[in-house]
Structure formats: C-alpha cells, structure tokens
Write a protein that binds this ligand. Structure first.
Ligand code: GLU
Length: 485
C-alpha cells in the first residue's frame, strides 16, 4: 500500500451508524491516513423504502464525532461524483445496457410466483435455491409477447459456468467460490434501480478504489462482484473482510449485548476517542500489551496484518473500562460541559449556568471523575451534594454516629472548618490531617463519622472533595441535622 491508496466507506442510510459500520469506517480511515491516501464517503441509498436523509445525516455526524473525516465524497465533492447512488442511475443503466449488448446480461420476466415455485422445487430436491435461467435465451418475439402482457422485467447477469472465483482476501487469504452455485442474479430491478452488487462494483471501479475493507457479511457477495469486474473489464480492488462482531455469549451482536448505535453511546456521555479506541480492538490487535491509543498513535500502528479472521467479541465492560480511562485523562471543563445536560435532566440544576455555578460543578465533577465509566452515570454519584436533608442510608451508617467519640470529633471538626481561611481541596486535606493528629484516634475514627454526618453514607467521593463542594454554611447545617448542636 502507498499514497495512491483510495479507500471508501459506503453506508446504506437505513438507520443510524452502528458499531460494525463505524469499525469499517475506522479501519478504512486508518489505512488512508497511514498511507497518505484518500478516504471517500459515498452513500448507498438504492433501498428507496428504507433509506432516508435523516439516517444519512446521522451517519455523517457520527463519523465526524468519532474524528473520522474524509477527503472526497458526500458533502465534500471530488472528481468522481455524484457520491449518492440514486444520483448515479445513468451510470448503472449504461453499464447494464453494455452488458446486455455483450450478451452478459439479459431481461428476465419471471414473476414472483414463478421464482418462488422454482425455489421450492430446488429445495425439495435438496439443491441450492438459485435462478436456473428460464429467460436466458428469450427471442425478441418472446420478449415482445411478455411485454405486451405487461410483465415487469429485471436485468440479470449471466453467470458463467464452471469457474472458480478466488477472492484474495487480505485478512482471510484465498477464499474460493464456485460460479455454479450462484445462479444468474439481478443487477437492475424492475423499477430501474441497480442492486447493491452491481452499483458497488461500478462505484468502486469508477472511483478508483484500491482497497475495499468491509464486514465479513459481504464476503459471499464478493464472487458476484468479481464476475462483474471481469465482465465490465475493470481490475478488481484488493479486498479485506473483517470479522463479524459477536456478543459475549457468541451470538450475533444485538441490542441484548448493549446499545448498537454510535449515537446511543454519545448520548450516554461516552467520549468519541474512547469509542474509536474500543472499535479498533474489535478485530485488530496491537503488538504490545498497551491497549489505549489515540487516533494518531493508531495511524502509526494499525495494519491489516494484525486484523484477525475470527469473530470479535463486543464486551461492554471493556468499553466502560476504556471510557473510564479516557474520562480520567480528560480536562474537567470538558467533562463538566458534558455533565450539565444530565444534571439538568435529573433536576439537580436548572436555568442558566453562570460562571460561578460552572466552577462549583467542576468541583463536583472532579470529585467523581475517577469513578465514572460514562458521563451520564454522574447523576447516580452526586445526590449527596444536592439533597440537604440527610437520611442515613442504612443501619451501619447510623451506627457510625453512635460512637462515644462523636461529640469530641464533631466539635473539633466544626472548629477547624470555621478556622479555614479558604475551603479548597488542598487546605481541606491539610486540615483533616491536622485534625486526625490532634484527636489521636486514627484516620478511620475521624473520617468515617464526618463522612456519614455530612452525607448519610459510608462511601462516596473523597472527603477533601466533599467538604469544599458543600462549603461552610451547608456543612454546619448538615452537622446540626445529623449530630445536633
Ligand atoms: N452499503 C453496504 C453496507 O452498508 C456497503 C457494503 C460495502 O462496503 O461494499 O453494508
């Protein structure tokens, strides 16, 4: 591979961008960037019923969110447009006519019922269901009769007999298919719209695509595409089919195993760089032990040689772990900005986010940053800062405040809080240390009662974070509630 590499992502806009599609896009993008080649995005919208502009926008937005930009194609333009298949229908029609003229394609007038009867017949005989070529040699007269009856027609490709079709797959090695099992397939439907296998070949060939990297589910389409490359006299590109993505139980990845769309992860507060990092590990393995990579590092390290043939397993716990790593490294401003909508939705904050409020929220986010797997989780962790009515979460918490040392600990704590010039995490840490030293009771007998008295809980963020978030007045008010004056 070199800088003449031209790869593409060719989604069908029939729904949002999914994990599998995003992984294909990422692998293509990494190859384009690694070799200084070109990434092309085009839209395969020939399924008129299911395609929508809304899905197209969703897919493009999700790609950009992941950091996967493109050099040519939809919204960008380029020398090989248009980049939406429904805007290229002339190209497909012309090519189909050429194949018909060459005798490599023909009109077929079979009805659904006839095709179904043939299918059932073959199945009953234990044979592969396929089209047996009834309309292969219709005369002009036969055709005229059928047309006069108002029969709909499709265009089928005439599959040559007894050929071995070899896909030299960069991930799988040589995969051999026999042409005899294929049966003449439809390349243009009765409404004049090309089928996927036909349009994809013309697009890849005419757009100068050098490498087709896509999901394994398309491997069985590839012999059909190779036949069309030969018939149209185009050199096929190199192919790489990346493995299926399975759930942890080894069944096909579905919603049961976790959300499948990229937007679902975005809306839960996953970071795009974490998703991209997770996606690359669905099939590719790094050389060493390290699993956390920026896109720039991946551009350096990625190669198809290290893409596995066997299925990748989607493990949401691993995604959460990776996302947690990225959250830990993210600037608190960014995380706070992301947290605001969740805090609003949970009713913790309302109205305008003033700079003071934002600063206070930053302290809150800092206090839980190390324990978040994704930002939406924040609402489960920060109730202690917003609910001023303190309830003991359980008996264990209540018991902590019954210890005989409590009055002494609380009196000393109140005094120290009152004395603090400025309450920030640093000062608070020093104050707590001094307090423990002064009381000579050991850390646990000081920290746990203060935590419980302030929050009603025996666990939660670090005390040196909780105290500055609450501030002096709310601390005193909470102590009055839980341990009395
Ligand atoms: N539109 C096809 C899909 O979304 C693209 C397949 C291909 O890359 O050739 O699965």
């Amino acid at each position: 591979m070199d800088s003449s590499v031209r790869v593409r992502f060719a989604p069908s806009p029939t729904g949002p961008l999914h994990i599998g599609g995003a992984r294909s896009a990422l692998f293509n993008w990494l190859l384009a960037r690694k070799f200084g080649g070109k990434m092309i995005v085009r839209i395969e919208d020939t399924d008129l019923e299911r395609s929508s502009r809304e899905s197209e926008e969703n897919i493009l937005e999700a790609l950009l969110w992941l950091g996967l930009d493109w050099d040519e194609g939809i919204k960008k333009g380029g020398d090989f447009g248009p980049y939406r298949q429904t805007e290229r229908l002339n190209t497909y029609t012309e090519a189909a006519q050429k194949l018909i003229a060459q005798g490599q394609a023909y009109y077929c007038y079979c009805t659904e019922d006839e095709l179904e009867a043939e299918r059932q017949d073959l199945l009953a005989r234990g044979e592969l269901p396929r089209y047996l070529g009834k309309c292969r040699s219709l005369s002009a007269e036969d055709r005229a009769k059928l047309e006069a009856k108002g029969r709909k027609k499709v265009i089928r490709f005439r599959v040559p007999e007894n050929e071995n079709l070899v896909v030299n797959d960069l991930v799988r090695g040589d995969v051999i298919f026999e042409s005899n099992g294929i049966g003449d397939y439809v390349i243009v439907k009765s409404d004049g719209i090309p089928t996927y296998n036909f349009a994809v070949v013309l697009d890849d060939a005419l757009m100068g695509i050098t490498h087709v990297v896509r999901g394994e589910e398309h491997l069985s389409n590839t012999p059909r595409q190779l036949l069309l490359y030969h018939a149209l006299n185009y050199a096929p590109p190199s192919f790489a089919h990346v493995s299926l993505i399975l759930g942890k139980d080894r069944s096909k990845m579905s919603k049961r195993h976790g959300a499948t769309s990229i937007e679902a992860y975005k809306s839960q507060g996953y970071l795009p760089e974490a998703i991209a990092n997770f996606l690359v590990l669905l099939g590719w393995s790094p050389v060493g032990e390290e699993e956390i990579f920026t896109l720039d590092e991946l551009v350096e390290q990625f190669s198809l040689d290290r893409v596995a043939k066997n299925p990748a397993v989607f493990d949401v716990d691993k995604l959460n772990w990776i996302n947690g790593q990225y959250i830990r490294k993210s600037p608190v401003e960014r995380l706070t900005g992301m947290a605001v909508p969740y805090l609003k939705e949970a009713g913790y904050i309302k109205g305008e986010i003033t700079p003071d409020l934002f600063d206070w929220l930053k302290m809150i986010v800092t206090s839980v940053q190390d324990n978040l797997e994704f930002v939406a989780q924040i609402t489960e962790r920060v109730g202690i800062y917003f609910n001023d009515r303190i309830e003991m979460e359980n008996e264990e918490a209540g018991a902590v405040l019954k210890d005989e040392d409590i009055p002494q600990v609380m009196a000393a704590f109140r005094r120290k809080v009152a004395e603090l010039a400025e309450i920030n995490p640093e000062n608070t840490k020093a104050m707590l240390k001094a307090l423990t030293k002064e009381l000579k009771l050991g850390g646990k007998k000081v920290y746990m009662p203060i935590r419980v008295a302030l929050t009603g809980q025996t666990h939660g963020p670090e005390l040196f974070h909780i105290i500055p978030v609450l501030g002096r007045d709310r601390i005193m008010a909470r102590l009055a509630q839980t341990v009395g004056e």
